[in-house]
Design a protein around this ligand. Structure first.
Ligand code: SAM
Length: 285
C-alpha cells in the first residue's frame, strides 16, 4: 500500500503559528521534502524533531519528484514543506501534488498560513471575490500585458512581489489600472509587519521615502463598475465637441464637395452623435 503525502503549511514568519497538527505530522512521517533544507531543518530543530530531509525545489523538480513518488509508492509517508506558507502556492509543491493525485497516492493537507490570503483579509478591500495572480512577470512588456488583461476585472487582485521590483510594479499598476486603492503588506506576522493602505500613487510616494525591505504582498482593488461608468461618462462629456467644432467639421466637408446631408451623417458618426441633431445644426452652415 502506498504512503501519504502530507502537504504542510508552515509559518510565514511567526513560529507561534506552528499548529499542533503540523508538529504531530512532522514527528510521524518517514521523511521531509523541503524547498530549502537549511530553513526546514531550523523548523525541525525548533520542534526538537530529527528527520531525514530531501531537497525538492524549482531546479530539481523532476528528478527529486520522481524519487519522492517512488518512496511514496513503496509505502513511505512524506511531509512536503516550502520555505514558508503553503506548498503549492507560488512554489514547486504544485507539481508533486498533481503527480500524487494522478498516481492515486493519498494527499492530505496540514492547514497553515498563506501570505496572499493573510494580506487580503487585512487589506480593508473587498474579500468576497478575489483573484490570486502570484508574481507579475519580470519582463516589463509582459507584465504590463498581464495587467492590461486584468484592468476590467472587478475582483480584488493579489500579487506577490520582490522588494527590488516593488517600485516598478507599483508604477506599472498605476498606469494600467489608474489610481486605485491598494494595500501593500510587508513582513506579515514578523516584527516589522506593516500595511501601506491608500491609493497606488500614495504607496509609490511611501516607498520613495522608505526603501522597500522584506517580503511583500500587493492587494489591489478590482474595477468598481459604478466608478468606471462615471469616469466613462465624464470622458465622453469631455470628448463631445461644441457646436462650433461640429459646424467647422461639416463646413470643411461641404467645401470639399460633399452634400450637407452626407457631411452631417459623417460628422455624427465621427462623434457618435444623433444624425438628426447634426443635420439640424448643418442648416446653419
Ligand atoms: N507558499 C507561500 C505562501 O503560502 O504564501 C508563498 C511562497 S512565494 C515563493 C514567496 C512570496 O510570498 C514572497 O516573495 C512574498 O511576496 C510572499 N510572502 C511570503 N511570506 C511573506 C510575509 N511574511 N510577508 C509578506 N509577504 C510574504
Amino acid at each position: 500500500m502506498s504512503g501519504t503525502l502530507f502537504v504542510c503549511g508552515t509559518p510565514i514568519g511567526n513560529l507561534g503559528d506552528i499548529s499542533r497538527r503540523l508538529e504531530e505530522v512532522l514527528g510521524q512521517v518517514d521523511l521531509v521534502a523541503a524547498e530549502d533544507t537549511r530553513r526546514s531543518s531550523q523548523l525541525l530543530n525548533h520542534l526538537g524533531i530529527r528527520k531525514s530531509l530531501v531537497s525538492y525545489h524549482e531546479h530539481n523538480l523532476r528528478k527529486s519528484g520522481e524519487a519522492l513518488l517512488e518512496k511514496l509508492k513503496s509505502g513511505l509517508s512524506v511531509a512536503l514543506v516550502s520555505d514558508a506558507g503553503m506548498p503549492g502556492i507560488s512554489d514547486p509543491g504544485e507539481v508533486l501534488i498533481q503527480s500524487c493525485i494522478q498516481e492515486g497516492i493519498r494527499v492530505e493537507l496540514v492547514a497553515g498560513p498563506v501570505a496572499g490570503i493573510h494580506a487580503l483579509i487585512l487589506s480593508g478591500l473587498p474579500t468576497e471575490r478575489f483573484a490570486f495572480e502570484g508574481f507579475p512577470d519580470r519582463n516589463k512588456k509582459t507584465r504590463r500585458a498581464q495587467f492590461e488583461a486584468l484592468a476590467k476585472d472587478e475582483r480584488t487582485l493579489i500579487f506577490y512581489e520582490a522588494p527590488h521590483r516593488l517600485e516598478a510594479t507599483l508604477k506599472d499598476l498605476l498606469e494600467c489600472f489608474g489610481n486605485r486603492r491598494v494595500a501593500v503588506a510587508r513582513e506579515l506576522t514578523k516584527r516589522y509587519e506593516e500595511f501601506v493602505r491608500g491609493t497606488i500613487s500614495e504607496a509609490i510616494r511611501h516607498f520613495e521615502v522608505e526603501s522597500p525591505k522584506g517580503e511583500f504582498v500587493i492587494v489591489l482593488a478590482g474595477l468598481d463598475p459604478v466608478e468606471a461608468a462615471a469616469a466613462n461618462a465624464a470622458l465622453a462629456l469631455a470628448e463631445t465637441p461644441d457646436e462650433e467644432t461640429i459646424l467647422l467639421e461639416i463646413r470643411s466637408r461641404v467645401n470639399e464637395g460633399m452634400s450637407r446631408k452626407d457631411a452631417a451623417a459623417e460628422v455624427a458618426g465621427l462623434y457618435k452623435l444623433s444624425k438628426k441633431e447634426v443635420y439640424r445644426l448643418s442648416t446653419l452652415v
